[in-house]
Design a protein around this ligand. Sequence first.
Ligand SMILES: Cc1ncc(COP(=O)(O)O)c(C=O)c1O
Length: 384
Amino acid sequence: MPYRTPWSARHKAVTAGLPHNLSTSFTEPLSNEELIKLSVERGDQDIVDAYYNHSLEYTPNGGSYDIREEIANLYGSEICADNIVVFAGGQVAIQTAAITLLDESTHSITFTPGYQSVQEAPIHAGSEVTKIKLYPENNWQINPEKVKEAIRPDTKYISFNEPYNPAGTLMKANCQSELVNLAKKNDIYILSDEVYRLLEHDASDRLPAMADIYSKGISAVTMSKPWGGCGITIGWLAFQELALRQKLIDTMYFHTACPSRASEIQGIMTLRASDQILAKNMKIIRHNIKLLDQFIKKYSDFFEWIRPNAGAICYMKFKGPLSSDELGAELGRVGISIKPSYVFSENSTYDSDYFRVGFGEKVFPKALEVLTQFVEENKNMWCA
Ligand SMILES: Cc1ncc(COP(=O)(O)O)c(C=O)c1O
């Protein structure tokens, strides 16, 4: 792929170093000390010893067996350690899947607005891409009819994000099965970016992982989001098709061929303490979303949303006189960072009043206070 500036990184020029961060999408960051403490508390001294004493030789291509086995425990009986390939983060996993499966002779279907890698990894791989627009009027849901219309004889890949970034909404279960049926019928791979899965606000809403339900389904996951382990830099792909394993490893041969062992061990510690970490993070999310509910209610003249039901992000509409681009710049001047709509679509038009707010961290209430103060200071002018 030739050099190109990532359009989703444009906001960084406005938001770098700002004290009140509403632009993150992860949960409360873990610390290494916390991971060690959780391991010791459950009597898992071996993993602590492994962390301090591990060799710095290469790890196996595609990740060590122990972390792949730990990851496989998140899935059903179709997925075991050999159905997992580990990468240095989720973004690398998404790019590698596309490069492995696609080329100039293929067509792919993606959705916008959305995370740039999920929309564009197929483009980076040379595939021709049809981007289907998602709308707030439809609760940001994918319309399977539109997907059916877009499928061509050379369509090889459908790539989406579920739960959905930027809006924190969940796909309907019947939509997931319709997409799987369409893909099956047309022999198409589905790359499902599931980095916010396990953070459903009501656990009974959780959809099955794509890798569990479809023989050509691939689930992309990262330690960054549900567990708050961005700095662990471990992501993975889970899939049923065993032949994919070596192909993914071959693609990675020329990139980060193997993950860091320290990262793998931190990843194992995280997964072994997963229930505790997720419970802690859901408590923060539930507290923060209540504050957001109050904010939206109080300032309904200026803001609206499709209330999120998964993860730690929401996509809000600003109903005042500024586009989200202008609002982002104004907020930047008072120390608040948000993600305007241009982060999620290259030429954002119909959603240009939307911006993403992240609410997964303990510091969120303070940032929301500063945003509230900004609204109080400006609301009369917005009404004028
Ligand atoms: C939807 C989505 N997928 C994948 C990733 C990539 O995760 P990682 O931090 O592991 O590269 C992100 C990170 O922001 C994301 O929001």
